[in-house]
Design a protein around this ligand. Structure first.
Ligand SMILES: NC(=O)c1ccc[n+]([C@@H]2O[C@H](COP(=O)([O-])OP(=O)(O)OC[C@H]3O[C@@H](n4cnc5c(N)ncnc54)[C@H](O)[C@@H]3O)[C@@H](O)[C@H]2O)c1
Length: 339
């Protein structure tokens, strides 16, 4: 670490990685972007310039090994996550890896095993909704006992457009994984069974999925429903609702003002996650940098990423089987005990 600044290397400088890099360079104290790497070298070079002249690498593993990189942020596509995160663990470097922790359960388990073998927490998973002030307020109210024991989580998650043809597995593993994490976090429990169903939107391509609905049962008896609409057409919206013994809580859907005009009243809906979760991404990066500099870890753990992936995996199996799928109990390694 030079000048007390955490020197971060960013792998994948597209929509999400570009935002993380700019946040680290300009909105987060105590860090600088020392290196970037992207399969599209021109894109990496352009982000490097925006971040004050970071070095441009051609290989992710070379960036991870470089002595001028103290910590790594991975925002390349999902299939690259597990290998790159394991390489960071092996290099002993703190890593913020975007969700999900790979493309399936084997990837996530590989990362979990590597971190447990290393014996110290180096990984933060980019399940960042816990840093969203609207979600954090819900959790605080639950902790304050406002609704008593949580009984039911309801998550609604809409994207403006699908952007690409998406399978049910992609919608579940890439998108619903956020809502699964929120459900575990707000219900304070692990999921025992998952039942999933889907709605297609392209008759000639039966795998093309517009919408998935998950129904989860928790070990302690609570329930959750999660709806993800991959192409709502109306905007990007994330709603979390928890019903408890004595009351119910719901995140506010909008921060935009109520507009009354020409005989109608309306509110603007955010177009995408970069706008809706702008504050959460900044706070997440601040927490990561602080923890990395202190030699500790913050945010969603590898266990959280793995547990969410196990639920996603059961949901994908349920689409195929048409039945609820069980998630066998698995002890959480001591490394992830709450401190
Ligand atoms: N936490 C969140 O809310 C959130 C939101 C969006 C995306 N994500 C995650 O971030 C990651 C990136 O998503 P995105 O929306 O930025 O996608 P994107 O397509 O905009 O960017 C991906 C970038 O990775 C580059 N790339 C491709 N293969 C690579 C490789 N092998 N090595 C290095 N770079 C490579 C591409 O050239 C591109 O610039 C995904 O894993 C996604 O799931 C998380």
């Amino acid at each position: 670490m030079a000048d007390g600044m955490l020197r971060v290397g960013v792998i994948g400088t597209g929509g999400m990685g570009g935002r993380h890099a700019r946040n680290l360079a300009h909105r987060v104290t105590g860090a600088k972007v020392a290196a970037v790497m992207d399969a599209d070298e021109a894109r990496a070079a352009s982000v490097a310039r925006e971040c004050g002249g970071a070095a441009v690498f051609r290989s992710g593993p070379a960036l991870i090994r470089d002595d001028a990189v103290d910590a790594v942020l991975i925002a390349s596509p999902d299939p690259t996550h597990a290998d790159l995160t394991v390489a960071c663990i092996e290099a002993g470097k703190p890593v913020l890896c975007e969700k999900p922790l790979g493309v399936g359960i084997d990837d996530a388990k590989r990362v979990l095993d590597a971190e447990v073998a290393a014996g110290r927490r180096l990984v933060q998973v980019g399940l960042m909704r816990t840093y969203d002030p609207r979600h954090a307020a819900l959790r605080q109210a639950i902790d304050d006992g406002e609704i008593g024991r949580p009984l039911l989580f309801r998550g609604i998650h809409t994207n403006l457009r699908a952007g690409r043809t998406r399978t049910a597995a992609d919608v579940i593993v890439n998108s619903a994984v956020h809502d699964i994490h929120s459900a575990r976090w707000l219900m304070g429990d692990e999921v025992a069974t998952a039942y999933a169903s889907r709605v297609g939107d392209v008759p000639e391509r039966p795998e093309a999925t517009r919408l998935v609905l998950l129904q989860l049962a928790f070990r302690g008896g609570g329930l959750a429903t999660i709806e993800v609409d991959a192409g709502s057409g109306h905007g990007y919206e994330v709603v979390a609702e928890v019903s408890g013994e004595h009351g119910a809580l719901r995140t506010p859907s909008f921060t935009s003002p109520l507009l009354r005009r020409a005989g109608a009243a309306s509110r603007a809906v955010e177009p995408d996650w970069l706008e809706r979760f702008d504050t959460a991404y900044r706070i997440e990066a601040e927490a990561w940098v602080r923890a990395a500099k202190a030699g500790t870890a913050a945010g969603a753990t590898t266990w959280d990423g793995y547990a969410a992936m196990r639920v996603a995996d059961a949901a994908v199996r349920s689409i195929a089987s048409g039945r609820a799928e069980a998630i066998p109990e698995e002890p959480r390694p001591g490394l992830y005990d709450p401190v």
